[in-house]
Design a protein around this ligand. Structure first.
Ligand code: FAD
Length: 366
């Protein structure tokens, strides 16, 4: 069967692409190798910039997930000294990936997308039209979007070559905590960082809540959550009172690189285009925004007013202008947080004393 568009990967980026294109009248096939619902490694911090788009993408019976999600309006950054307090304006939402990904997937089906789980794409051929092979079946389409995330068979050889040098892993689990702070707390130490935030709504009697603990850590320092918690005194003390609520999940490699919004005439969205440092909490937002943008750029081609080459160039131009600045700002912050503590301490103290500067830096990542 032939489609207007095939999307490889059904995470936030792929679902956003598929829903936007299907609602504009395109015949869309979405192929996802995994199955929903499932837990994913993620801080589960959904920045405010994409909440309106997320609600728009979801079918109306799923809006409640966004409306009832706990709001996070403050952050506490624990580095070497006392915490640095940062306002989050407007407030972000805390949404477990178990719910977010499943709900976006259902919204694809509602939008008329031919969405197939358990379909791992093994190769593609062509540069428009394309053929794609998944589970021994062949599918054809006029256009193709890579939404397969950070690491897949579509990852370019330049990034692949760096995998052996990279030592970062991601690991997360949910825990039950008594009266957790309603903030997103980032604990930085020499091995990496761990983010903690409540993901369930507060109970009326102010009792226990589920918190998500998600770390990005150097594998040569620690690979499991108990050892990661032990690497930061304040986190170690806090985690001593937690009860585990979900099995930990892990991911690797985590490789930072320049954005690659297109590969030939294939558009790339979300982490497939590039991976933004998780502590910025913007990966989901960028995946949703780049997915919607890719489909809007392809609409001209699918309606016959533009060639595929022109659509790809348009997407690359919009992406570079509107989304790429976030990556530049987050790389600056990454450098600050990973320098030796002798340099970091005075820099963090300056940020503590000048909230206007801190707010400006955070704004640059949005
Ligand atoms: C430690 C850590 C913490 C993070 N914390 C946050 C946070 O708090 N807030 C935030 O906004 N972002 C966070 N992120 C980033 C966020 O998880 C990603 O940016 C986001 O998931 C990107 O969405 P995506 O759709 O591009 O990719 P993904 O969510 O990775 O989805 C890609 C999909 O493609 C599928 N796939 C892969 N290969 C194939 C194939 N060959 N065929 C078919 N399907 C395939 C996969 O199964 C997957 O479902 C974090 C990331 C890490 C590692």
């Amino acid at each position: 069967m032939s489609y207007d568009l095939i999307v490889i990967g059904g995470g936030p980026g792929g679902c956003s692409t598929a829903i936007t294109a299907a609602r504009a009248g395109a015949h869309v096939l979405l192929l996802e190798s995994g199955r929903y619902p499932r837990h994913r490694v993620c801080g589960e911090f959904v920045s405010a910039e994409s909440l309106a788009l997320l609600s728009e993408l979801l079918s109306s019976d799923n809006h409640e997930m966004v409306n009832s999600a706990p709001r996070i309006s403050r952050s506490r950054v624990f580095t070497d000294g006392g915490p640095l307090h940062l306002p989050i304006e407007p407030a972000a939402a805390s949404i477990p990936r178990f719910d977010l990904d499943r709900t976006l997937w259902h919204s694809c089906l509602e939008a008329g997308v031919d969405a197939r789980q358990g379909h791992q794409v093994r190769y593609f051929h062509g540069n428009g039209p394309f053929t794609v092979n998944a589970n021994g079946e062949r599918f054809a389409a006029k256009s193709l979007v890579n939404a397969a995330g950070r690491w897949s068979f579509l990852t370019s050889s330049a990034i692949r070559d760096r995998a052996s040098e990279e030592r970062w892993i991601g690991v997360k689990a949910h825990f039950v905590e008594k009266n957790p702070s309603p903030t997103v707390d980032l604990y930085f130490c020499e091995g990496g960082y761990c983010g903690v935030q409540p993901v369930s709504a507060p109970t009326t009697n102010g009792g226990t809540r589920t918190v998500n603990a998600c770390a990005m850590f150097r594998a040569d320092v620690a690979t499991d959550l108990p050892n990661i918690f032990a690497a930061h005194p304040a986190l170690c003390e806090r985690a001593a009172n937690w009860q585990i609520a979900t099995e930990p999940v892990r991911t690797s490699p985590l490789i930072f690189h320049k954005p690659e919004p297109v590969q030939g005439t294939m558009l790339q969205v979300g982490d497939a285009a590039t991976f933004v440092d998780p502590f910025i909490g913007d990966g989901i937002s960028l995946a949703l925004r780049s997915g919607a943008l890719a489909s809007k750029c392809l609409a001209g081609f699918l309606q016959g007013s533009r060639t595929l080459v022109e659509s790809a160039a348009l997407y690359e131009q919009f992406y570079t202008r509107n989304l790429a600045p976030v990556f530049r700002a987050s790389s600056m912050l990454r450098i600050l947080l990973r320098v030796p503590s002798i340099i970091r301490r005075p820099a963090m103290s300056l940020l503590q004393r000048t909230p206007a500067l801190t707010r400006q830096i955070v704004r640059m990542t949005r």
